[in-house]
Design a protein around this ligand. Structure first.
Ligand SMILES: [Zn+2]
Length: 227
């Protein structure tokens, strides 16, 4: 029993809370598929499908693609990938999208949905971002704590570093504020539905990963067999 259940995880967290790192770990270790609405929309645009044409008419004007278009793309995705572990990136973004997703996933009784919030205080986020820098050669993100002496990138051997534009100190608070404004209704929606798991984001990436994978295990009612 249970071997035909598939987790679909929506991960929430302010910039710097570790969402990217944790998504990458889920993909690498538990073979989750990374689902990005942006990538799917761009693929439809490239194909020149009718939905792609519709989406590009909004994207070209720098506007958000409306929910009904996004929802169609999401539905098509799940019809094709109903037997995969999926991590949702940047979706749902609104309560309207979350409700549509809930209705959609009812079509797939084998899917177990988990909403997980990585919780980290703004002061801890700022500390973490302050120590973050990027390899100028390949754009891999590192932490200053990992390099006591000379920096050498383990991926491309470059020793030149830079800071992500988004990580400049003066824009970090704005990004945190924007995140909180955008996501608070959505988190309330999942909280009131009793399906939001809050995971403490302080501590090592490894310890946060353990907590997230045990939430996923709990939702499935069995062990995924971690590596
Ligand atoms: Zn590099």
């Amino acid at each position: 029993m249970g071997s035909d259940l598939y987790p679909v995880v929506a991960l929430f967290g302010a910039p710097g809370a570790g969402k990217g790192t944790q998504s990458a770990l889920l993909v690498e270790r538990l073979k989750f598929k990374h689902f990005s609405v942006g990538d799917l929309l761009r693929a439809e645009v490239a194909k020149g499908s009718s939905i792609g044409d519709l989406a590009s008419s909004y994207m070209n004007q720098g506007k958000f693609v409306p929910d009904y278009v996004v929802n169609d793309v999401v539905k098509a995705y799940f019809l094709e990938n109903k037997e995969d572990k999926v991590i949702l990136d940047g979706f749902p973004r609104t309560v309207g999208q979350a409700k549509e997703l809930r209705t959609l996933l009812k079509l797939f009784p084998q899917i177990r949905f988990c909403a997980i919030q990585i919780d980290l205080s703004p002061s801890e986020i700022k500390e973490r971002i302050k120590s973050r820098f990027m390899c100028a050669g390949c754009q891999t993100i590192y932490s200053k704590e990992d390099f006591k002496s000379q920096f050498v990138c383990s991926k491309c051997n470059s020793n030149e570093v830079t800071v992500r534009k988004d990580d400049a100190e003066e824009v970090v608070q704005t990004r945190i504020d924007e995140y909180q404004t955008n996501v608070s209704d959505l988190l309330d929606f999942y909280k009131s539905g009793g399906i939001l798991s809050v995971v403490d984001g302080s501590g090592s990436a490894e310890s946060v990963y353990k907590k997230i994978s045990s939430v996923v295990d709990g939702a499935l009612g069995f062990s995924l067999g971690r590596s």
